[in-house]
Design a protein around this ligand. Structure first.
Ligand SMILES: O=C(O)/C=C/C(=O)CC(=O)CC(=O)O
Ligand SMILES: [Ca+2]
Ligand SMILES: [Mg+2]
Length: 399
């Protein structure tokens, strides 16, 4: 049973794309409790000037429309829901969530994955590079990341085929075959709306103008393929076979009460990353990772060393442009305590300490048929909980 409740109350209002059996067009929806508001006809009826922004069939147009439109659409929704007479007129455009199929919510442009949790980076450093300093010399000077594969970002619920690849066994033999160390990474994803021109870095304050909202990310990782291939250019096929994202994108506007100061920095930051005078963009998101229904971890993002604003500033510091639909993820979220680690390689300490599940089975890495569900919530104003929904995926045998 899940203990993280992920309600989509009127303080959350996340955006997604859905269809139903009776109307198979993909269209933009807003989740409200266990209902989905079909946004285009509702806006057409009550505020037609904004209708083009939510026309669908994806969130792309809304993302590109920029922060003024984002606030206008959210204000409309909040106003409608507070006004009983309007809520009644919305009735015909509300669909029970259980009747909806949820799709990939936006066209993923570029996909970047960071490495922003000090605890995760320390744990992985110990396992991948024993005998060396777990944190590389650059780690506290810049948010480390790599470019992933946008075309293999998939909607929650998509089955994940166990990848095959090259790996080196303990005997030194190089073989090709199904990954034997298939893992998860529980992460937060930042969805870029407003593009930026080539040659023009986005500063820390630009975060709110360019980033529309957040989703949950499971960056599936084949540790055996990764360990053999990653020197010197970083992750490649060990992470490019599939990355799952949650169907609902929660706007930054819903996360005001979840903002927290990041941990004290132990190394002075260069000016473009120095957020000591800026309003903080650390986020207190509480995740829960379930394997076949059993909770195996409860990571929290409030201790992440690097914030989403710093990641964006670094990502564009060389003048790289942003496109609508760019997705960048935080990197695995791991806390101080063992029960807060966001990957199986950490939870089973490189496979040496198998996890014992309540159904009597044990796991180091994923078995075929295993299902992973990552859900999350964040604090809202006045004790309200902001749900981030969930991202789900089941492992299918290698082909
Ligand atoms: O330290 C390494 O060599 C590898 C690290 C990762 O696998 C982490 C990664 O993909 C980024 C992250 O999720 O934190
Ligand atoms: Ca990752
Ligand atoms: Mg991936």
């Amino acid at each position: 049973m899940s203990t993280v409740s992920t309600p989509f109350g009127v303080a959350t209002l996340p955006y997604g794309v859905f269809s139903t059996a009776s109307d198979q067009r993909a269209r933009v929806g807003v989740a409200i409790d266990d209902l989905i508001l079909d946004l285009a006809p509702a806006v057409q009826l009550l505020a037609p000037a904004l209708a083009p922004a939510v026309a669908g069939p994806s969130l792309d147009t809304l993302l590109a429309a920029g922060p003024q439109t984002w606030s206008q659409v959210r204000a409309l929704l909040t106003g409608w829901l507070a006004d009983g007479t309007v809520s009644e007129r919305l009735g015909p455009h509300l669909v029970p969530a259980r009747d909806a199929v949820l799709h990939l919510p936006f066209t993923v442009a570029d996909y970047v994955d960071f490495y922003a949790s000090e605890q995760h980076a320390t744990n992985l450093g110990k396992m991948f590079r024993p005998g060396q300093d777990p944190l590389t010399p650059n780690w506290k000077h810049l948010p480390i990341g790599y470019h992933g594969r946008a075309g293999t970002v998939v909607a929650s619920g998509t089955d994940i085929v166990r990848p095959c690849g090259q790996r080196r066994g303990t005997d030194g033999d190089i073989t090709f075959g199904p990954s034997q160390r298939l893992d998860i990474e529980a992460e937060l994803g930042f969805v870029v709306g407003t593009p930026s021109p080539l040659g023009r870095p986005v500063d820390l304050a630009g975060f709110e103008r360019h980033v529309f909202g957040v989703c949950l990310v499971n960056d599936w990782s084949a540790r055996d393929i990764q360990a053999w291939e990653y020197v010197p250019l970083g992750p490649f096929l060990g992470k490019s076979f599939a990355t799952s994202i949650s169907p609902w994108v929660v706007p930054l506007a819903a996360l005001g009460s979840a903002r927290v100061p990041p941990p004290a920095r132990t190394v002075p930051l260069l000016p473009y990353l120095d957020d000591s005078q800026a309003p903080p963009w650390g986020l207190d998101v509480r995740l829960e990772v379930r394997l076949n229904g059993h909770v195996v971890s409860r990571p929290r993002s409030d201790g992440m060393y690097w914030t989403g604003a710093q990641m964006l500033a670094h990502l564009t510091a060389n003048g790289a442009s942003l496109r609508t639909g760019d997705l960048y993820a935080s990197g695995t979220i791991s806390g101080e305590r063992p029960g807060e680690r966001g990957s199986l390689i950490e939870l089973s300490w490189g496979g040496t300490e198998p996890l014992r599940l309540p159904d009597g089975t044990t796991r180091t890495f994923l078995d075929d048929g295993d299902e992973i569900v990552i859900s999350a919530s964040a604090p809202g104003a006045d004790g309200v909980v902001i749900g981030l929904g969930e991202v789900r995926g089941r492992i299918r045998p290698a082909i």
